[in-house]
Design a protein around this ligand. Structure first.
Ligand SMILES: Nc1ncnc2c1ncn2[C@@H]1O[C@H](COP(=O)(O)OP(=O)(O)OP(=O)(O)O)[C@@H](O)[C@H]1O
Length: 258
């Protein structure tokens, strides 16, 4: 009997460890149609290595938030593809995308987006609850400890400073232990000192936990916390800086007129 016949391919999914954490190819996003159409993204290609911190910068209206939303699976590109690891997400059905998004990525907004009537613990558990998943107490406690807010479970957002509220928002994003954290101007509503604490926290997540972080910012000092800066203009990546400093970023932005 012939026992050498090839076995059928295994149906089990083995993630490719060499795949970039986030990859975009030929990403286009057009709002509206016809003469009034706005081409917010006009062909973006990028690979973001796992365990790196990338800042996205560029003049107002250059497409930064649109890019972040498309990369984070919060908006659908008009054309092109986004991969998280080796999973293509741009055309996943909405319910499937919601599950994968919850498992793989977190999002932090400039305005914290906490529910004022809920406690800190309830805010952290909310994304899970909306997805029908219970967030156990240790996850909440761990996430709060990670952001330096141990013991604040029962506080309400209104009893916390802006910086502390942003920490809760980060804890909420971290509770699902995402591989990638997206942040849109996370320090935009904070004073400089508080902003630095938040940036140090994002940096720590990359260095200690191997998380991938992608942040939109207008602030060259904030961008100096990143490993890499992508500069957008008119919906395209026009520059790519490794190991940026506030000075090099300011210089490149000035050349862009941003
Ligand atoms: N929902 C929308 N409908 C129509 N046009 C939009 C929409 N969202 C964004 N745009 C347009 O797309 C372009 C890119 O917007 P986007 O918010 O991505 O830029 P940005 O670089 O993040 O800007 P800013 O720095 O001012 O926040 C802009 O011309 C904007 O007006």
């Amino acid at each position: 009997m012939d026992t050498t016949t090839a076995r059928p391919a295994s149906p089990v999914h083995h993630p490719d460890p060499a795949a970039p954490a986030v990859r975009a190819r030929d990403l286009h996003r057009t709002y509206g149609r016809g003469a009034g159409a706005v081409h917010a993204l006009r062909g973006v290609d990028l690979d973001l290595a796992a365990g790196t911190f990338t800042a996205v910068m560029g003049p107002s209206g250059s497409g930064k938030t649109t890019l972040l939303h498309c990369l984070a699976g919060m908006d659908r590109p008009t054309r092109g593809e986004v991969h998280w690891g080796d999973t293509p997400i741009a055309r996943l059905p909405e319910r499937r995308l919601a599950v994968v998004r919850r498992e793989r990525v977190g999002f932090v907004f400039q305005s914290f987006n906490l529910m004022p009537a809920m406690t800190v613990a309830q805010n952290i558990a909310l994304p899970g609850r909306l997805a029908g998943v219970r967030t156990d107490r240790t996850r909440i406690t761990d996430a709060l400890a990670r952001v330096g807010l141990a013991g604040r479970e029962r506080h309400r957002p209104g009893q916390l400073s802006g910086g502390q509220q942003q920490r809760v928002a980060i804890a909420r994003a971290l509770a699902a232990r995402p591989a990638v954290l997206f942040a849109d101007e996370p320090t935009g509503a904070l004073d400089r000192t508080t902003g630095h604490q938040i940036l140090a926290l994002l940096r720590e997540g990359v260095d200690q936990d191997g998380r991938t972080c992608v942040m939109v910012t207008h602030d060259p000092v904030a961008a100096g916390y990143a490993d890499r800066v992508l500069l957008l203009a008119d919906g395209r990546i026009v520059d790519d800086l490794d190991r940026p400093t506030a000075a090099t970023v300011t210089d490149r932005l000035a050349r862009l007129g941003g």
